[in-house]
Design a protein around this ligand. Structure first.
Ligand code: TYC
Length: 102
């Protein structure tokens, strides 16, 4: 051992436990979809209460858009599609879009 020891700097490995990037599901206002239908979709697809659903619906109605939920890309895209499909079936142009969180 003596005279035979090489001092190696310890390699510091950054723990690779990166969180998955999060996505917002955004509700977009339009002039045709009835308010009650929007609230119903928020309750059915995003499991919101009547109160939370109508609050988010009113925010989109007044401001143009509202964040519904923040989740992984997969879930965001699946939920947005489910919601848009429900509206399409009922003949409404209701839109939900997804976008990555800053
Ligand atoms: N603006 C619609 C109306 O007045 C209601 C509505 C609210 C539609 C929110 C879409 O994302 C929306 N009937």
């Amino acid at each position: 051992m003596p005279g035979n020891t090489t001092l190696k700097p310890k390699t510091v490995t950054k723990p690779k436990l990166e969180r998955p990037k999060l996505y917002k599901v955004i509700l977009v206002n339009d002039d045709y979809t009835p308010r009650e239908f929007v609230t119903m979709v928020l309750k059915a697809v995003f499991r919101m209460s009547e109160e939370a659903g109508s609050r988010v619906m009113l925010t989109a109605h007044q401001l143009g858009t509202a964040v519904v939920v923040v989740c992984t890309k997969d879930i965001a895209e699946t939920k947005a599609k489910e919601a848009v499909d429900l509206a399409k079936e009922a003949g409404f142009p209701l839109m939900f879009v997804t976008e990555p969180e800053e």
